[in-house]
Every structure is written in C-alpha cells, then in structure tokens.
Design a protein around this ligand. Sequence first.
Ligand SMILES: NC(=O)c1ccc[n+]([C@@H]2O[C@H](COP(=O)([O-])OP(=O)(O)OC[C@H]3O[C@@H](n4cnc5c(N)ncnc54)[C@H](OP(=O)(O)O)[C@@H]3O)[C@@H](O)[C@H]2O)c1
Length: 279
Amino acid sequence: MERRPFGPTKRKVPVIGQGTWYIDSGDRATAVAALRRGLDLGMTQIDTAEMYGDAEVVVAEAIAGRRDEVFLVSKVLPQNASRSGTLAACSRSLARLRTDRLDSYLLHWRGKHPLPDTIAAFEQLEQEGKILSWGVSNFDVPDLEEVREIAGDGRLACNQVLYHLQERAIEHAVLPWCDKHGVAVVAYSPFGHGDFPGPQTPGGRVLQEIAATHHATARQVGLRFLVRRPSLFAIPKASTPEHAVDNAGAGDLQLTEAELARIDAAFPLGPRPRELPTL
Ligand SMILES: NC(=O)c1ccc[n+]([C@@H]2O[C@H](COP(=O)([O-])OP(=O)(O)OC[C@H]3O[C@@H](n4cnc5c(N)ncnc54)[C@H](OP(=O)(O)O)[C@@H]3O)[C@@H](O)[C@H]2O)c1
C-alpha cells in the first residue's frame, strides 16, 4: 500500500483509506471484519463522523487493540461547530470511538457558526492532545482562503471533497489551491456513492480494458486514477471483507501516462462551473 505525506502533518497515510457512512446499516460483524481486513491490507485511514449514526461505534470495535495502526478521522457537524460545541462534539466522538485522540478532526461542511470559533476550538483540542491535526470538508476556494487568513499557513491538514470519475469539479480550482498550499485532498464517494460506471458503459469498458492488462479490477483502476497526484487520497466505503480486499488492491497499482490519459478522455472533466455574478 503506497503511503504519502498527509498535507502539512507529514504523517505518511495510505493513498486508499476506508469510509464508514452507512457501515452501521447492515450486519455489524461483517462490517467490523471488513474494516479489520482493510487495516490488515494497509488501508489505515478510517474516516467517520458524528453524523454517521452508529458508525463511530462500529469503528471502535474494528480498531480495538490496534489504535496505533490507524489514522483516525472524524467530523463535527456544522450545527455543533461553535467553540464550546466543537469541544463537546469531539469529546462525544472520542467516547464513542473509545480512543483518547483523533488523527484529524474536520468541520463536515460550512455552517452558520463563525469559522474563527471552530478553528479556535480545533487549536485548543490540538494543544490538549485530543486531536493531532484538523481540517475541513466540502470547502470551496473562498472558504479555504478564509481558513488560511484565520489560521495561517501550514495549519489546515486536509479538505475532504466529493471526487469520482463522473464528478471532477474539484480539479478546476479546489485541487490546484490545495496543491499550492500543501493541503491534502481526500476524495469522498470515490465510487459515486454506489454509482460506479458499469462494464456495459463506454467509460466502464475503458476501465475494464485497462484493468485486464494489470490483472486488476475496474474499481482499482478508477481509484488509482483519483490518487494520481501527490496531494490526493481516497476513502471508499466497503461493508464486506471482499470489497475491502478489492479496494486495497488499488494501493500499489501503477498506471501509465497513456492509461491515465485514456481514463481522462473517457470521463471528461467538464466545464468550470460558471462564476457567480458579483453584486
Ligand atoms: N465529507 C463528506 O461530506 C462525505 C460525504 C460522503 C461520504 N464521505 C465519506 O466517504 C466515504 C465513501 O463514500 P460513500 O460511502 O458515499 O460511497 P463510495 O465509497 O463511493 O461507494 C460505496 C458503495 O460502493 C460499494 N463498494 C465499495 N467497494 C466495492 C467493491 N470493491 N466492489 C463493489 N462494490 C463496492 C459499497 O458497497 P458495500 O457497502 O456493499 O461494500 C457501497 O455501496 C463515506 O463512507 C464517508 O466516510 C464523506
């Protein structure tokens, strides 16, 4: 499993990690087995959130006895992200996860609480050793600029964003901004939240053909495309050990420039979203 520095933290984190949204909705023992199989294969970034029902509880079971292997990420809901609310939400997540620290703690998306308050709470949690870094999710460039103005350079660890073959909008501005400022970019819903291109579609056929030449799977090829730049990570969610094994296979796959170009052409970036008119 290839690992790379996670933004300014310099921690080496696997390019493929594990999501947990809805992981509590099926058989719990199978979900725990999936996460543990994923850890065995090096997918040691586990992403969860206070929003995800009992997912943090499932994660706690999966990481019991192996906390030090894991790069554990959770998220505070925007409605809880006041200064005191963030501190309280973090305590609740730590209790549910049965751990004393998060490796990164993210604001799930921007809400009504002022960013300086949330960031002050993150900094306090970091000083107290309850989190080792902090980041954001679903932030666009103006929001990222604001974070940088408030916190300074080198503080924001990551921006976790929607990124998959059929939704590449971050490549226009968010990804270049994060590259420039040394911020990790974590691709969520890397399979389109269950909408991965099937083998009968034109794009799916391209993935299958490339996969065949590597004795790989189409999903592995898709994931590898998403982490082709040094700032990128992906966190597919798998509820079964078989799916976890498949996803982990992307961690060492190497695609040629020609193959990347074929995928790029099969799943075009699309136009830059129209700038909003200034009032
Ligand atoms: N920050 C945010 O706002 C945000 C938003 C959305 C998601 N996320 C994070 O990103 C994670 C991943 O995104 P996601 O859960 O939306 O969707 P996803 O990872 O794009 O897709 C998950 C779906 O793909 C299936 N799958 C996974 N591996 C497979 C394989 N090898 N073969 C066949 N099917 C496979 C899963 O099935 P099984 O469950 O049956 O394995 C599930 O139906 C989330 O779990 C969450 O941690 C963050």
